[in-house]
Design a binder for this molecule. Structure first.
Ligand code: PMV
Length: 317
C-alpha cells in the first residue's frame, strides 16, 4: 500500500514564538499565516516489512530526522502500528527558515491517515501536525489561516481563501544552508532569557485581532503595518535572548531596504522574516513584477521565488 500527499509551507504574519508551559508542543499564543502555492513538500508513505521506519529526504537517507517523523506517525496511527517507509521531496531549501517542517508534517499526517484508513477528523490531524511542528497545523488549510490558542488546546480556522484576496508573495532567498539553531530550541532560549518575552506574548492577541480584521476588510495598509511590526518584535525577542539568536545576514537587511524604497515609490508591499535569513515580500498583484525585479537586483539575493496564495494539505495521486 502506497499513499501520497502534498502540502505547502506557510508564512506567518503574526508569529508563533514561544511554547506553552506544561510540556507538549502547544504554542503559548495564537498565530496567523498565509499558505504559499509555489513551494511544496510531497510525502510518499509505503508499508514496510522492516522492523524500523525509514526516511528519505530529497533522495538521501535521513536517519537524523527519523525520530521526529516516527513520533508523528505514532501519534496518528498509535504506537502498535506497522513500520513505514517515508519519502519526502521539497522543491525549496529545507531547514532554512522557509517552513519546510510545516509542509512536511501536514503532508505526513494526511498521508498517514489515509494509509491505514483511520479517517481521523481534521481537528485531530491538525493537532498531530501541530505537535510535530507548531506551524504545521496552519498548513492544513489554504489561504489566510489563524491558529486559535484556546485555554487547553488549539484549533485552526481559515479567515479567507486565495480567491477572496489574491495577494502575491515573493520569497527572496539570501542563503540556502541549514539554520544555526532550530526554532524549538531557540524559542525555549527566548522564554528563559529575553527581557521582552512576556510583553511579546501579552501583545499577541492585540496583533491577531488587527491582522484578522485587516484581512476581513481587505485593508492592505493595516495588514502591512501589523505584520512588519510583529515580525520585528519577534526578531527583537530573538536578538535580546542570551546567547542572541540572529538569523539575518547582510542580504536580509538589504532586502528590507529594497522593500522600504518600493513602499516609498507607492508599491503595495511589506516584508516578513521567519527563523532564517530569507525575506518574504507580500504584495498586491499589480506590484508583483516590480517587487520581484527589485529583490532579484538586491545585494545578497541568490534567487527570488514568486508565489500566489496556496491550497490546503491534500492527498495526491
Ligand atoms: O513550527 P516551528 O517549530 O518551525 O516554528 C515556527 C517559527 C516561525 O516560523 C519563526 C514563526 C511561525 O509562526 O511560523
Amino acid at each position: 500500500m502506497r499513499v501520497s500527499a502534498q502540502a505547502q509551507p506557510n508564512i506567518a504574519l503574526v508569529k508563533y514564538w514561544g511554547k506553552r508551559d506544561g510540556g507538549g508542543n502547544l504554542p503559548a499564543t495564537g498565530s496567523l499565516s498565509v499558505t504559499l502555492e509555489s513551494l511544496w513538500t510531497r510525502m510518499i508513505l509505503q508499508s514496510s516489512k522492516h522492523r524500523k521506519d525509514s526516511l528519505t529526504v530529497n533522495g538521501v537517507s535521513a536517519p537524523e530526522m527519523l525520530p521526529r517523523v516516527s513520533r508523528c506517525l505514532d501519534s496518528v496511527l498509535g504506537s502498535n502500528r506497522e513500520r513505514i517507509h517515508v519519502v519526502s521531496d521539497s522543491n525549496f531549501p529545507i531547514e532554512a527558515g522557509l517552513a519546510s517542517s510545516a509542509s512536511a508534517f501536514s503532508a505526513l499526517v494526511i498521508a498517514a491517515n489515509r494509509l491505514t484508513g483511520k479517517n481521523l477528523s481534521f481537528s485531530a490531524l491538525s493537532r498531530f501536525a501541530g505537535e510535530a511542528s507548531g506551524s504545521a497545523a496552519r498548513s492544513m488549510c489554504g489561504g489566510f489561516v489563524e491558529l486559535v490558542a484556546d485555554s487547553d488546546n488549539v484549533h485552526i480556522q481559515q479567515i479567507a481563501d486565495a480567491e477572496e484576496w489574491p495577494l502575491e508573495v515573493i520569497v527572496a532567498i539570501t542563503a540556502e544552508g541549514k539554520k544555526p539553531v532550530g526554532s524549538g530550541e531557540a524559542m525555549i532560549r527566548s522564554a528563559k532569557t529575553s527581557p521582552f518575552y512576556s510583553s511579546w506574548l501579552n501583545r499577541q492577541d492585540h496583533d491577531l485581532k488587527l491582522a484578522r480584521t485587516s484581512i476581513l476588510t481587505r485593508d492592505f495598509e493595516a495588514l502591512a503595518f501589523v505584520s512588519e511590526r510583529n515580525c520585528l518584535k519577534m526578531h527583537s525577542v530573538m536578538w535580546s535572548s542570551r546567547p542572541p539568536i540572529v538569523y539575518w545576514n547582510s542580504g536580509t537587511l538589504d532586502c528590507l531596504q529594497t522593500v522600504r524604497s518600493l513602499q516609498a515609490k507607492g508599491h503595495g508591499v511589506f516584508f516578513t522574516i521567519d527563523a532564517g535569513p530569507q525575506v518574504k515580500a507580500i504584495c498586491l498583484p499589480e506590484s508583483r513584477q516590480a517587487v520581484h525585479d527589485a529583490l532579484v537586483a538586491t545585494n545578497g539575493v541568490i534567487k527570488a521565488i514568486r508565489s500566489k496564495i496556496g491550497p490546503p494539505a491534500r492527498l495526491i495521486l
